[in-house]
Design a protein around this ligand. Structure first.
Ligand code: CA
Length: 229
């Protein structure tokens, strides 16, 4: 059952929201002050947050900002004024939706459901993506740390695997050698960006059919490398 936190100082509104959401099968908790709301939002796990904008103590803007620093769950902002909605947009707080009071409770429930299922799909697909990456005959199993090329397993060293997996997880993005070095090698490592070049060469020998025409890891001259999706 999905758990929702409502932070709203107008008790009648909070209760109305709660009643409708509970009728739809959600578990709902209410906090009437911004301070307490923020504290619970950060210390407990909720699947979705509904925040009123104007609250005693910490306001909805601040709560939204703080939630975003730590969590990716959907945040719905509720406001009495249309002007505030523009302000939310302008601040780029990362809220997922905005509802202006007065709103119909069924509209709120519909939006809550839509955001929760969107979030579940997002989490589900990224979890899948994280375990096995498969592209044009290349299969990278991140859980088992194994690499197969057209069904044949190739042996990778730890750093070669980390580098390949990192690039494949961020396809079509160009990384400089510096960025790759700092992402894959820890601070204590001896080495420099030439290490990256050497590792890319070794990876290509293992996964590319023709290393002079790489189909997976492209060299972007003067910049770095990109994994082609
Ligand atoms: Ca209020």
């Amino acid at each position: 059952m999905s758990k929702i936190l409502i932070v709203e100082d107008e008790e009648s509104i909070a209760e109305l929201e709660k009643d409708y959401l509970e009728l739809s099968g959600f578990e709902v908790e209410i906090e009437n002050s911004g301070d307490k709301g923020l504290e619970r939002a950060l210390s407990e796990n909720f699947d979705l947050y509904i925040l009123d904008l104007m609250l005693p103590g910490v306001d909805g803007f601040e709560i939204c900002k703080r939630i975003r620093q730590e969590k990716n769950n959907p945040v719905l902002m509720v406001s009495a004024k249309k002007d505030d909605i523009d302000k939310i947009h302008g601040l780029g707080l990362g809220a997922d939706d905005y509802i202006t009071k007065p709103f119909s409770p069924s509209e709120l429930v519909a939006r809550v459901k839509a955001h929760l299922s969107r979030y579940d799909r997002l989490i589900g697909s990224s979890a899948q993506q994280n375990e096995i990456i498969e592209i044009r005959g290349l299969k990278i199993d991140k859980t088992a740390r194994r690499v197969f090329v057209n069904g044949e397993e190739k042996n990778f060293t730890t750093k070669e695997f980390d580098l390949l997996a990192f690039l494949a997880q961020n396809p079509n993005r160009v990384f400089t050698k510096d960025e790759l070095f700092s992402n894959i090698w820890d601070m204590e490592s001896v080495g420099d960006i030439a290490t990256v070049t050497v590792h890319i060469k070794k990876i290509r020998e293992k996964i590319e059919f023709d290393t002079s025409k790489p189909q997976y890891i492209e060299t972007i001259w003067g910049v770095g490398y990109r994994f082609k999706m």
